[in-house]
Design a protein around this ligand. Structure first.
Ligand code: SF4
Length: 711
């Protein structure tokens, strides 16, 4: 049998056909009809069936009576009643903001919707955030500040139409491989197309570029401002577009006037040819009929990630290269459904239908839609703030769903202290052996890929109906159902009518409520239903009622009419804060550490780490350094080294890499419990974050490296 779903890894959102016999998943194939991948899969997607290992699954609820005691198997009734009692006790004694929920871009949109309604509608707090905070938040803030809405305006199809592709802070060859195949196809079909890659490392993606700008970490804004400087000088600014469709250009023009290619090349560390290379990049962009940018975590995971994004978006706006084939700014989503989670407002600063928590009218609108008195106005705690509050003893009960903060958040030592300081921690998870599991007082077994029905939205705003192939093993339940069951237990204990708020018998009812809530919004999907998605295939939003399925205009490419969803209908230029990285190298910590992905692993490896074949590419945690930096320390490839930052230390094997410049180092983000000392890169990273997006600077820390002296 074959069941249609999507790959649960990256934001490309490839369609997959799950092959199964009704009891076991036996194989996986790319869905030839899915518009994201047309049948292609990368190594991770093609081995999905091998990750479905029953022995790694959490099968029954487990509860411990007190800290220090082992957890015991309990029934769902006892598990949910206990969780409800503990959360109700915290809420009734300390108020709704004494509890918090940390959820995941792995969840389906329907799961996200009920989580958000539980916290903001039933409990009366905004303390719900997602690991998507680590992923796209800066891109979202940049889109909102410039274009007015959290809506990537391009489609994958645009790769085939562009003459100049500027890939910044992204390594799609590894992190979004099927999208990268489309870029390679476009280049093969039209060799005159220029590819520029901005990345401190000479990644696989950079190696294919016509021009690689190996900027120093944190210096991107100088580069894009200098490109704009050249575009101005050489007459490539589309004055008519700027005049008729934008605001704020004069201030940015004045700002970039002094950011010459020579100055930017110096700041960016681009060497002798740097100024010429910046001019070349700007000319390619300016002279191209169609130019587009593509970015990901290298820009987002920064203390000025939002302005990295606005500076890049300014290139599209200044040249009028937006809303046309092959044009526009295009952020790649890291996770499979970070976009869907934002559509339903499953984050501390958002509400359903892209509504803004800070807007009182929109809060009242959501309260009306849900039939509750109000949605609280106090801003919720974002990911880093949430665990900081837990560290300070302000979070009494914490619910974590389908994510692994004890591996993925920065300053791991402090993070783990925060988890230990919460009075009661619930972990809703498919796997029993993540780094976060030991901190849980209550483990709730969740269904996972192939076992759940719902929808996901990929990087190009395309919604796919994901089907269930198998019944979840043991007593595992779909996430949406766990949330609804918990809500019905909790409601009476805090004096609320949860049965009325959570009447759903199936995810289709949740999707229908979500779709109705988007009426008149930028992402209006009132025309979508499970039935339509099954009949017509995955669809991009907006998709309002009455839209013709065959007519993609207005969905495949936003802003073609030059109107933007801002208050004045115009796009806005932003003068950036010209900052560098939060931490600067010094004599004690002289190396700039960057983090990133491997080709064949995904996030904390709870799934890919179980597939032996995926270790063929890289088989253990390691730090990559320039050969000169190894020699300077009397080291060689293969040596075990002690890597220290101001926050922690890890022991890893060192490897000389031609991808790295002297003075820099690289550790893949995936390793945690699988590395030598059960800590990975995030033992070293810092929790400073961007003031607008609250996204932490996971991409950079300064470290020292010395030969490990093992006992
Ligand atoms: Fe999965 Fe991404 Fe690979 Fe597609 S490109 S198969 S979504 S990991």
């Amino acid at each position: 049998m074959k069941t249609k779903a999507t790959c649960p890894y990256c934001g490309v959102g490839c369609g997959v056909l799950i092959e199964h016999d009704g009891r076991r998943i036996t194989g996986v194939a790319g869905d030839p009809e899915h518009p994201a991948n047309f049948g292609r899969l990368c190594t991770k997607g093609a081995t999905l069936h091998l990750s479905a290992r029953p022995e790694t699954r959490l099968l029954h609820p487990q509860l411990r009576a007190a800290r220090g005691l082992p957890r015991q198997r309990v029934s769902w009734d006892i598990a949910l009643a206990t969780a409800a009692e503990r959360f109700a006790a915290a809420i009734n004694e300390h108020g709704p903001d004494s509890v918090a929920f940390y959820i995941s871009g792995q969840l389906l949109t329907e799961d996200y919707y009920v989580f958000n309604k539980l916290v903001k509608g039933l409990i009366g707090s905004n303390n719900i955030d997602s690991n998507s905070r680590l992923c796209m938040s800066s891109a979202v803030a940049a889109y909102k500040q410039t274009l007015g809405a959290d809506a990537p305006p391009c489609s994958y199809e645009d790769f085939a139409h562009t003459d100049c592709l500027l890939i910044a802070g992204a390594n799609p060859s590894y992190a979004h491989p099927v999208a990268f195949r489309r870029i390679e196809d476009a280049k093969a079909a039209r060799p005159q197309m220029k590819i520029i890659v901005v990345d401190p490392r000479r990644t696989d993606t950079a190696a294919t570029a016509d021009l690689h700008l190996a900027v120093l970490p944190g210096t991107d804004i100088w580069l894009y401002n200098a490109m704009l400087n050249v575009l101005l000088w050489e007459g490539h600014v589309d004055q008519a577009f700027v005049r008729e469709h934008t605001e704020g250009f004069a201030a940015l023009r004045d700002h970039v006037r002094d950011v010459t290619p020579a100055i930017a090349a110096e700041v960016c560390g681009l060497g002798k040819r740097g100024a010429d290379d910046i001019v070349t990049a700007a000319r390619w962009w300016g002279e191209a009929k169609a130019a587009m940018s593509l970015w990901c975590q290298g820009l987002n995971q920064s203390t000025h990630g939002t302005h990295n994004g606005t500076a890049l978006i300014a290139l599209s706006l200044a040249t009028g290269k937006i809303g046309k084939p092959g044009c526009g700014p295009f952020s790649l989503t890291g996770q499979p459904n970070a976009m869907g989670g934002r559509e339903v407002g499953g984050m501390a600063n958002l509400m359903s239908g892209h509504r803004d928590l800070a807007n009182p009218d929109e809060r009242a609108e959501v309260a009306r839609l849900w039939g509750v008195d109000s949605v609280p106005s106090t801003p919720g705690l974002t990911a880093i703030e949430l665990f900081d509050a837990a560290h300070d003893g302000k979070i009494k009960a914490l619910w974590i769903a389908c994510t692994n903060p004890a591996q993925s958040l920065p300053e791991q030592e402090r993070l783990r202290e925060a988890l230990a300081r919460c009075d009661f921690v619930v972990l809703q998870e498919a796997y029993h052996n993540t780094e976060t599991a030991p901190f849980a007082d209550l483990l709730l077994p969740a269904a996972t890929w192939g076992e759940k029905e719902g929808t996901v939205t990929n990087s190009e705003r395309r919604i796919t109906h994901v089907h269930r192939a198998l019944t979840p093993p043991g007593e595992a339940r779909p996430d949406w159902r766990i949330v609804c069951d918990f809500a019905r237990e909790l409601g009476p204990r805090i004096g609320k009518d949860a049965a009325r708020l959570f009447p759903y018998a199936a995810p289709s009812g949740i999707f229908a409520e979500h779709a109705a809530s988007t009426a008149g919004r930028d992402l209006d999907i009132t025309g979508l239903s499970y039935a339509l998605l099954d009949a017509a295939g995955p669809q991009q939003w907006p998709f309002p009622k009455g839209v013709n399925v065959a007519d993609a205009a207005g969905r495949d490419r936003l802003y073609a009419d030059g109107r933007f969803p801002t208050a004045d209908g115009r796009a806005h230029f932003v003068v950036p804060t010209q900052a560098l990285t939060a931490e600067r190298a010094d004599a004690r910590y002289p190396l700039h550490l960057t983090t990133g992905r491997l080709r064949d692993q995904w996030h904390g490896m709870s799934r890919t780490g179980k597939v032996a074949r995926l270790y063929n590419h890289v088989d253990e945690a390691r730090i990559e350094m320039h050969a000169d930096d190894l020699a300077l320390r009397g080291l060689k490839s293969g040596d075990l080294v002690h890597v220290k930052s101001r926050r922690g230390d890890v022991v890893l094997r060192a490897e000389a890499s031609a991808e790295i410049r002297s003075g820099q180092a690289f550790i893949a983000m995936h390793w945690g419990g699988n590395s030598l000392n059960s800590a990975g890169a995030n033992a070293l990273t810092l929790r400073d974050f961007d003031p607008y997006s609250k996204q932490p600077e996971l991409k950079h820390a300064t470290v020292q490296v010395e030969k490990a002296v093992l006992p």
